[in-house]
Ligand binder design. Sequence first.
Ligand code: GLU
Length: 482
Amino acid sequence: MSDQIRVRFAPSPTGYLHVGGARTALFNWLLARRTGGVFVLRIEDTDRERSSGEMTQAILDGMTWLGLTWDEGPFHQADGLDRHKGDVQRLLEQDAAYRCFCTPEALNAKREQLKEEYRYDRACYHIPRDESARRASAGEPFAVRFRVPEGETAWDDEVHGDTRFKNESIDDFIVLRTDGTPIYNLAVVSDDIDMRITHVIRGDDHIANTPKQILLYQAMGAAVPRFAHLPMILGPDGKRLSKRHGATAVGQYAEQGILPQAMNNFLALLGWNPGGDVEVMGMDELAERFSLERVNKKSAVFDTAKLEWMNGQHIALTPAEALLPLVAPVLVRDGLLGEADVDARRDWLLRLVEELKIRGRTIHEIAGHARTYLVDEVEEYDEASVAKHWKNAAEVDQRLAEVHEGLSGVDPWTPEGIDTALRAAADKAGVGFGKLAQPLRVALVGQAASPGIDFVVHTLGREGALRRIARAREKLAAMQGA
Ligand code: GLU
């Protein structure tokens, strides 16, 4: 038998791909990539009422957005029904399971009487096999229960280490309901055996299912896979991450201008400790370094500020060519660009995005910066910048007058030509370059922080720059009059 690692992601299509599910998918994917293994996708859609095709599609879309490609599947758990039933039949034949004829009413009455203390009293445990078979063929309704053996069930969890449960704490759980449908734990084990899964990596909310599943593997004579139970993800308030904390579906992060590589990087660090100081990693590097040994037991906290910081780092590392298709639709949506401009002004837009990409944490912030260069006038003058750099309005006005004149004569319109003109204007006004550039920035973009001044002037174009300077001079005149 080959020792290739086979993992699976097994979402139930009862909701969107949320942060916790995406992290589980990612860890499985990373282990498969790291070891040259196989990543299987299985949709656990046996709960017909709560599952929907729409949600299945949403999960596939979420994974595709993240780039978590699967090697096999998507398989649908519901398609395995006959196999699941066959496995139950075999358990019955081996006496590892038995028919339970207790009526729901009788079980409920006991449950109500005993409340938390309730355990199945094994009323049907000792029914002889021939009697059991006779009652079944006479049409008496029954469920099938697993015969939990005595002793203890233990496994060496890849994350939690030695984990054990006393079998006496496990009820003879139902594997096939009275309506003939198999129960979740049975279907999962049957599928994982069928798909030759070697490592089960999932959220630690499944720890309590694991002893039951191990007992099923053993009863079915199958090798027990390795288990890795990933730590819980908490919101900043220490409570389990949920809708209360805002967006939890990965698709919403896409809409908020988060890059998939940033989302993956961020998710990878929710529970996995790469060691060392490097936190910003692309998919290849994550896959190269990932290991289950470095997954923490302790719950991880979902910190939106960290996600945005991470996103800013990834945006800065991404070529403008790849960012423009994300930024441009936001600009078009906001009415700053026509559809046709995206192509017509492509080179101009690429230069702008390349310059601005280090200045925002999300695609929307980058688009927000780009807006400055697309509107006709400065929309807002930052008060602190005005107070600081336009303090002496008369002198600033004179410097801007020199700039206006100098820029009018730049030919050809290049950053170098602009630089020469600006330096000459500073000389004429009798000030150092900084004393010219800072007030000019305020005139051009409304604040003192911006990319290099030559770039700003060049990008605005002669007409745009001169118009803004003229507007600033009007403002300065008004300030002097006041
Ligand atoms: N379908 C289960 C869930 O969505 C996962 C089962 C498993 O990974 O074993 O929580």
